[in-house]
Design a protein around this ligand. Structure first.
Ligand code: NDP
Ligand code: 2IT
Length: 448
């Protein structure tokens, strides 16, 4: 037992030394490695093959300059990233994030998580992530277009339908994917599934927009079933009000729950009668305004500045769908005290390690992001399949496949947690189940 632990600590030490100050990356690697102890004990051949040393080191890291011009003719320079982390299971696959907080440590943490998430979907996809420290807030459509074009003018060299397939993430949705696809097509002269999340008229998949939020609720539904209950009649808090949050709200409501609070990076709204999704969609998907404006239409709702206090609202189910480390130990304590029974992460790593520990200790059903939010990338995988076939499946067909995938992910996560000695611990289950498939493939493919 001591040996597996020593091996993991050695690998973690190297990660910290080689990637100084990349705290989110350290956090993600620490969580995965700690979960893997029983799997490493059962497979001493992994250490002999230097498998963990390889898995924590990206296969390729691309960092580039993005010059662009605003509407007033002023020049700006941003930094672009693409981390191609692991290709053992298929072409690199993962989203692109545009947010001022982006630096290489964020992209590495997301790329690392993506390896195991993509593995859990059961589809042929390796792990990658990209992005830029560009801030899309307050930019005009033509500024966004010029930025996306400049981003792709460099990135096009490194991507391809059978090589690396980017998609959306924070700050990147259908509009940005459309501009990037147009530029890629113009440069290469090709038309294929090089990006996912495309418009429905040019190779996009029905239900991709809904997929991450719906998938998160499907996963949570399985956790609830497992404890003999359902969404019906439950009170839900959803953080964020972007793509994932909106469709998590939609599906939870369809299943009979009431979503009483949502947020953006400025603050949150609480509506005891249930947040009206049509207003949120209008504000966020169309007008790109702040969530505070919700009160203009719904006078009895309340608005509070700041994000963390949303977790003080009494609820049965919490769905953090905004960003990393948005739910800390104090927030977890408040949720537990108020009787919350399930937390499913729509966002990537929204709960801090302290919060995760508290949820597990207090028997809150906890679905970690790499399992609970895998529906987005899974449906991207379905979009790739449709693009390769030059066919388009119906909404119902895609949604059914998505649902099946989420049910299967839950099963494999639950089974791995049991098989490796920590029943009910879906963090360990997700990390071990996701890891083993990648590890077996890397072993079979030789020293690569
Ligand atoms: P969007 O850009 O559509 O929405 C992001 C939401 O989170 C907004 O409400 C935003 O508020 C809020 N937010 C972003 N950054 C912060 C911050 N630093 N502090 C507080 N709130 C913040 O992104 P998505 O909905 O696509 O992504 C949300 C999360 O889900 C991310 O963690 C992403 O990695 C993850 N995810 C996304 C998938 C997808 O398919 N899109 C798939 C799997 C995971 P504001 O508008 O004020 O910035
Ligand atoms: O974090 C994620 O899984 C995503 N942002 C979606 C990635 C994708 O390729 O659809």
């Amino acid at each position: 037992m001591a040996d597996a632990k020593a091996y993991l600590e050695r690998v973690l030490g190297t990660v910290k030394k080689r990637n100084p100050n990349e705290v989110e990356f350290h956090q993600a690697v620490t969580e995965v490695l700690e979960s893997l102890i029983p799997a490493i004990e059962r497979h001493p051949e992994f250490e002999e093959a230097g498998l963990l040393e390889r898995i924590v080191e990206p296969e390729r890291q691309i960092v580039f300059r993005i010059p662009w011009q605003d509407d007033k003719g002023r020049m700006h320079v941003n930094r672009g990233f693409r981390i191609q982390f692991n290709s053992a299971l298929g072409p690199y696959k993962g989203g692109i994030r545009f947010h001022p907080s982006v630096y290489i440590g964020i992209i590495k943490f997301l790329g690392f998580e993506q390896i195991f998430k993509n593995s859990l979907t059961g589809l042929m996809m390796g792990g990658a992530k990209g992005g830029s420290d560009f801030d899309p807030k307050g930019k005009s459509d033509s500024e966004i277009m010029r930025f996306c074009q400049s981003f792709m003018t460099e990135l096009y060299r490194y991507i391809g339908a059978d090589l690396d397939v980017p998609a959306g993430d924070i700050g990147v949705g259908g509009r940005e994917v459309g501009y990037m696809f147009g530029q890629w097509k113009k440069i290469t002269g090709l038309f294929n599934g090089v990006l996912t999340g495309k418009g429905l008229d040019f190779g996009g998949s029905l239900a991709r927009t809904e997929a991450t939020g719906y998938g998160c609720v499907y996963f949570c539904q399985e956790m609830l079933k497992d404890r003999g209950t359902s969404f019906n009649g439950k009170t839900v808090v959803v953080s964020g009000s972007g793509n994932v949050a909106i469709y998590a709200h939609e599906k939870a409501t369809q299943l009979g729950a009431k979503v009483v609070a949502m947020s953006d990076s400025n603050g949150y709204v609480y509506d005891k009668d249930g947040i009206k999704l049509a207003t949120i969609k209008q504000l966020k998907e169309i007008e790109r305004k702040r969530i505070k404006e919700y009160l203009k239409e719904h006078k009895t709702a309340q608005y509070q500045e700041g994000c963390f206090d949303i977790w003080n609202i009494k609820c049965d189910i919490a769905l953090p769908c905004a960003t990393q480390n948005e739910l800390d130990g104090k927030s977890a304590q408040a949720l537990i005290k108020n009787g919350c029974i399930a937390v499913a992460e729509g966002a990537n790593m929204p709960s801090t390690p302290e919060a995760v520990e508290l949820f597990i200790k207090n028997k809150v059903s906890f679905g970690p992001g790499k399992a609970a939010n895998a529906g987005g990338v899974a449906t991207s995988g379905l979009e790739m399949a449709q693009d390769s076939q030059r066919l388009m499946w119906s909404f119902e067909e895609v949604d059914k496949k998505l649902h099946n995938i989420m049910v299967n992910i839950f099963k494999s996560v639950k089974n791995a947690a049991e098989e490796y000695g920590t029943p009910g611990n879906f963090v360990n289950g997700a990390n071990i189940a996701g890891f083993l498939k990648v590890a077996r493939s890397m072993m079979a493919q030789g020293l690569v």
